[in-house]
Write a protein that binds this ligand. Structure first.
Ligand SMILES: C[S@@+](CC[C@H](N)C(=O)[O-])C[C@H]1O[C@@H](n2cnc3c(N)ncnc32)[C@H](O)[C@@H]1O
Length: 369
């Protein structure tokens, strides 16, 4: 046998090789033989301490919230991103059935179209990752097994590190009544790109009350986090969807908890590192990165979700978001970000430079890294 172990194993589906864009009838996802020309990412408005870059290219310094299809945005930003991203966390549509949102890439694509959609985007994100960087892909049982095989192909099977099982929370009502084992977990696939220094800070949970170490008393950092999350009494991390009174809720149907994303951001990146979330939704990754002093690029194609994310981040910048990991991170406000959009090839650019929105300037301030 020659080559790396597992090399040559490939998923096959009839439309493999085509790309997917939301330009079918009424903006529905449709196949194309090739991606459109890349276009440009232009600043729309700067918030807090950030400055926009009229007429110039993003230099990789400002935090970015970009509105647009992530495949096109990643292609446009690739000169700045390639090999520079320290951490990717994505929570794409799970393809688990309609959520009631009107969205071109709604959660119910034909299976092979979902694979075609993900193949192009995962390949771009893997290119953006630096050697030694980490990629986490959050899914559930609908597509996770196929995504594992696809990602093994893109990243190399040897790059796979862990499958994290996140138990969503307690069960009641309709879920508990199912005549079956109750479905109650998501899957997070964790990969590391070979060839560079790896960042990994171990996460410890507090020991249960009354815990005594056997033998000689020693220093104990706590209980090291396993690859099953929220699966024991000393690891409470229920999904915010089942916590009716969580102040963290934005109203976005598939929002994830800051505490969940924080485990990934805090273990696999350092202050000042660049984090990419190309399926950003209501901006949980961006909010966590801001509070943990990571730089971030958050891409989202739904304008309503981008508005929600921008409003959320303005509160973070102003020190007016007491929810999520604010206390744990000691966050009091500061920093800034730029809202940007993808300008398609051929469309004229903005006539006026974009002024920072000083209204979002922070009231409090957290120590800078
Ligand atoms: C499951 S949600 C992410 C939720 C997010 N983790 C949060 O905590 O709010 C997936 C998001 O991906 C967005 N999305 C789907 N396809 C996309 C694409 N091709 N480009 C950009 N965003 C996309 C959807 O609009 C949706 O907001």
């Amino acid at each position: 046998m020659s080559g790396a172990e597992g090399e040559g194993v490939r998923l096959a589906w009839p439309t493999r090789g085509l790309v997917v864009r939301a330009d079918g009838a009424q903006g529905a996802p449709a196949y194309r033989s090739e991606p459109p020309p890349p276009g440009r990412v232009e600043a729309v408005r700067a918030f807090g301490e950030a400055a926009a870059w009229p007429g110039d290219r993003w230099r990789g310094r400002e935090n970015l919230v970009v509105e647009g299809d992530n495949a096109d945005v990643l292609r446009a930003l690739m000169p700045e991103l390639e090999g520079r991203v320290d951490l990717v966390y994505i929570d794409p549509p799970f393809n688990s059935g309609p959520t009631g949102r009107r969205h071109p890439y709604e959660n119910a694509m034909p299976h092979e179209m979902w694979l075609a959609m993900m193949e192009e985007r995962l390949s771009l994100m893997w290119r953006a990752l630096r050697p030694g960087g980490s990629l986490y892909l959050h899914l559930d049982e609908n597509e996770s097994h196929y995504a594992k095989v696809l990602l093994d192909e893109i990243a190399g099977r040897q790059s796979f590190v862990r499958e994290i099982v996140w138990r969503i929370g307690w069960i009641s009502g309709y879920k508990a009544a199912q005549k079956n084992f109750v479905r109650n977990h998501d899957t997070i696939l964790y990969y590391i790109k070979p060839g560079g220094p790896v960042t990994f800070e171990k996460v410890y949970l507090p020991r249960p009350a009354g815990y005594r170490r056997r033998g000689a008393p020693g220093k104990s950092a706590g209980y090291p986090l396993e690859d099953t999350w929220n699966a024991s009494a000393n690891d409470p991390l229920h999904s915010i969807q089942i916590m009716s009174f969580s102040g963290e809720k934005t109203g976005f149907p598939t929002q994830k908890n800051e505490a969940l994303v924080d485990r990934i951001v805090s273990s696999s990146s350092r202050e000042g590192d660049l984090v990419l979330d190309a399926f950003a939704g209501s901006g949980t990754t961006a909010a966590v990165c801001h509070k943990r002093r990571r730089r971030y690029v958050a891409v989202e194609m739904d304008p309503a979700a981008v508005d929600l994310m921008v409003q959320r981040l303005i509160r973070v910048v102003r020190g007016e978001d007491p929810h999520g990991i604010t206390a744990a991170a000691g966050w009091r406000g500061g920093g800034g970000f730029v809202r940007a959009r993808l300008r398609p090839e051929g469309e004229a650019g903005p006539a006026e430079p974009v002024a920072p929105d000083r209204a979002a300037a922070p009231h409090g301030r957290s120590p800078r890294p």
